[in-house]
Design a protein. Structure first.
Length: 794
């Protein structure tokens, strides 16, 4: 449960991340100088705007006509007229720099991240003195804490300071060193060539937010001097530094008066509370808060191959997924990262979670809604971190408000829509800067339709009907209203979408390559999922019977999916040739995972075709794409293939490797590499591993659906399944040995198993009802645990 290294990080991607959901730190410094990259999750460029494009309404019928006439390239070009501005960017706060006055010559260096406790430590010796640094980001106290100690009295001489690449001033306020800054009003995306990419407002009168960071120290001995250069700690043996930060962000809509306190007051008050605590109580509060989430799931996949002291980077290059211990670490690391980047009340994790060092980060470090944002949250429910899902669910509520205007202004439809990208300001309009964005990504009005799946899943796992009634269903219904108005008759009575893309992928026609056509499989599948979820929700809530019927009849008329000439599930409504057979997006398989439209039982032909499609895509891609394929192969019940994909993912990518689309992996710090760094691969890996062990997306719960041959013996506990179940499983010789299922809601449990099972509760065997050859059902009581064994095994 440790990431460990025997030398300091030399670059950011060798650093180790800490976070409390809001504040992030990337520890990537050396011995003589420690460096912690700082982040605050509301620190973005920009201010509220909408970006809606009233001209889109007139363009829409013309684009639809071109599509009908199969003039796809012209349709591509015309969709550009429907675009709005790019989103804003997630920005770095700056760095916390600690200079140790003991020189750089040292020995016995070790740095560790213990993900069981969310604690970082650095330890080394200079001569006979052992220096230690212990660091964490506390959620209960909302500060980053650094504890420094020397084994010999009075040996700590340290200078600490703050710096930022954003406009700022430095000053001393009482005994604190304070950095006050202003964010730019605008930052151009990294992929836009611009002479003036970062634009600040008038000093003192700009629209960019302000932010402040405060640094303080309490020393047990020695001397502390705070001056305009920073904090000087002289001749101490033990001291604790505290970093606190806040911004003036006042909600995505910046309604005046909503926020009572400014950045400075907020940052200061967290610091007041933290500095008044002894170090041990801060540390204890942090660990118990973190463990209350982390400890819920345990996983054992086999005997670790790597020797105890081996560095994590060495372990990755030597073993990849052959070391079950490394796969366990990867699984739990995703959980660590979600707990560290997404807590109730914080912003949703963006492309880099909350860790970003660049003023023009890749893809603006924004919310990319055509896969990456959803992927970030795939592990939340199944891996027992439903609380960490909340920031995304809240964000969906914001997007629904802004997206209702976009739907109305751009298309004149009901409901709400979001497109390819979003940001802190809940951007919902198509991006592209009024014509500059390639339609293959810039044109995609399905963001809202896909995101609402998360609202339903939060309910499906928890069974929380109040949440479904008051929050989830109304937002889902509004997204469904958009979809109803968006669908058009394809001329044969079927309903389709147009203009439509299969995100980021293009097709070839006799005329050339294009992106825009009608009824991409992804559009149809996402709408199918939304309508199905809405219908089930309305049924559970016993509401909206008429609306339910309407959805049902419209769902019936959705343009049917098709099997193409290679036996593949067609990605588009015509059997076009792919622009790139090995493309990273597997959008047309969304009904296999994370959706449930396609299955062996319900849609065997399409399911088999989807498998062929995945086969054709191959096993090489970006980090996040490999993660998706782990989960997809699990849904095809091919654990060996999932493991192969995990192996491809556990491939060391070097810092500085340029943007790549066919060879992703992880960095030395086990963070996902597209490359560049993108955190979604980590989250997909955790979700995919969970999917190998438990599935519940269909009408039953399945244990060990995709166990690879090499995981002969192991156990997992604490995974969640839809319907309100918590599951623990032990397996041996590659087979189920026993399982415990705890029922949270008291609903019937339906289990799929090819071998006969015995269910007992409190030592008494239950009568189970056999539904068919492979599924059985038994009633449960809320709070009760049921033991499952294979008949004949006892
Ligand atoms: C989509 C992907 C890219 C990258 C970007 C953030 O555009 O196709 O690979 O993940 O999002």
């Amino acid at each position: 449960m440790k990431l460990q290294y025997d030398r300091p990080a030399s670059v950011w991607t060798e650093g180790l991340p800490m976070g409390n959901g809001r504040l992030g730190g990337m520890i990537f410094g050396g011995v003589e100088q420690e460096k912690i990259g700082l982040n605050e999750d509301t620190l973005w460029s920009g201010y509220p705007t909408d970006g809606n494009n009233p001209g889109a309404k007139e363009v829409l019928p013309k684009v639809r006509k071109l599509i009908q006439e199969r003039r796809y390239q012209e349709a591509d070009t015309l969709t550009r007229e429907m675009q709005g501005p790019y989103t804003q960017s997630y920005l770095p706060f700056g760095d916390l720099l600690l200079r140790f006055e003991h020189g750089g010559i040292h020995h016995s260096y070790k740095r560790t991240l213990d993900i069981e406790q969310a604690l970082h430590s650095v330890e080394y010796q200079v001569g006979n003195v052992t220096y230690k640094r212990e660091m964490f980001a506390s959620n209960p106290h909302q500060v980053i804490v650094l504890r420094l100690t020397a084994s010999v009295q009075g040996k700590l001489h340290v200078h600490a300071a703050l710096d930022s690449p954003l406009r700022h001033t430095l000053q001393v306020k009482e005994d604190r060193f304070v950095l006050s800054g202003t964010a730019p009003e605008h930052v151009d995306p990294s992929y836009v060539a611009s002479d003036n990419p970062i634009r600040y407002g008038e000093p003192g009168a700009g629209k960019g937010m302000v932010f402040e960071g405060q640094l303080a120290v309490t020393a047990e001995d020695g001397q502390v001097i705070v001056d305009s250069q920073g904090i000087h700690l002289l001749g101490a043996t033990a001291a604790t530094f505290y970093f606190s930060a806040a911004t003036s962000f006042n909600g995505y809509d910046n309604v005046p008066g909503k926020r009572e306190k400014g950045a400075s007051v907020i940052a200061g008050s967290f610091l007041n509370i933290a500095t008044a605590q002894p170090y041990t109580s801060l540390r204890d509060a942090h660990i118990s808060d973190y463990r209350s989430l982390f400890d819920r799931v345990k996983l054992k996949l086999g005997t670790p191959l790597a020797p105890d002291g081996m560095s994590t980077s060495q372990r990755i290059t030597t073993y990849a997924a052959e070391d079950p211990g490394l796969v366990e670490l990867l699984f739990h690391y995703g959980r660590y990262l979600l707990i560290s980047s997404s807590r109730p009340g914080t912003q949703a994790a963006n492309l880099q979670g909350i860790w970003n060092a660049l003023t023009r980060p890749p893809w603006s470090s924004n919310y990319t809604l055509n896969i990456n944002t959803e992927m970030n949250y795939w592990p939340a429910e199944v891996c027992n971190l439903a609380e960490c899902h909340m920031p995304l669910l809240d964000m969906i509520g914001n997007l629904a408000e802004k997206g209702a205007e976009t739907a109305q202004v751009n298309y004149g439809t009901r409901g709400w829509t979001a497109h390819h990208n979003s940001d802190l300001w809940a951007h919902t309009a198509p991006v592209g800067n009024y014509g500059g964005g390639d339609p293959s990504w810039a044109y995609w009005p399905m963001g809202g339709v896909w995101l609402t799946q998360h609202l339903w899943e939060h309910y499906a796992f928890s069974g929380n009907e109040t949440y479904l009634r008051t929050t989830a269903y109304p937002l889902m219904k509004e997204a469904a209203l958009f979809a109803l108005d968006w669908l058009i008759d394809d001329g044969s009575g079927n309903l389709t979408t147009a203009p439509s893309t299969s995100p980021e992928h293009k097709f070839r026609t006799a005329e050339g390559i294009a992106a825009v056509s009608s009824g991409s499989t992804m559009d149809i599948s996402l709408i199918w999922e939304l309508f199905t979820n809405c219908m089930e929700a309305a049924e559970r809530l016993e509401t909206d019977m008429e609306f339910r019927k309407e959805l049902e009849s419209v769902r019936e008329r959705l343009q049917p999916l098709q099997v193409g000439k290679y036996g593949q599930l067609q990605e588009w409504s015509e059997d076009f040739e792919d622009e790139d057979t090995y493309h990273r997006h597997t959008s047309h398989l969304v009904g296999v995972y994370p959706g449930r439209q396609l299955s062996e039982e319900e849609t065997p032909e399409w399911f088999a075709a989807a498998r062929t499609s995945l086969e054709r895509r191959g096993d090489e891609s970006t980090g996040w794409s490999l993660g998706w394929r782990v989960a997809l192969w699990s849904r095809f019940r091919d654990g060996n293939r999932s493991l192969r994909l995990l192996s491809n993912m556990l491939r060391l990518v070097k810092d500085g490797d340029t943007e790549q689309y066919n060879h992703g992996g992880v960095y030395a710090n086990l963070l996902g590499a597209h490359p560049p760094f993108q955190i979604d691969g980590n989250f997909a890996a955790s979700a995919g591993i969970a999917e190998m062990l438990v599935q519940s997306h269909l009408s039953y719960l399945e244990l060990l659906p995709a166990l690879p041959d090499s995981w002969q013996k192991g156990c997992v506990s604490g995974l969640r399944a839809r319907g309100g179940f918590e599951v623990s499983i032990r397996w041996d010789r590659g087979q189920l040995a026993e399982a415990q299922i705890t029922s949270m809601l008291g609903t019937d449990c339906v289990l799929r198993s090819d071998v006969p099972l015995i269910v007992t509760s409190n030592g008494t065997q239950l009568d189970t009802i056999r539904i068919n050859a492979s599924t059985l059902r038994f009633p449960t009581s809320a709070g009760q645990t049921y033991s499952i064994a294979v008949e004949g095994d006892q």
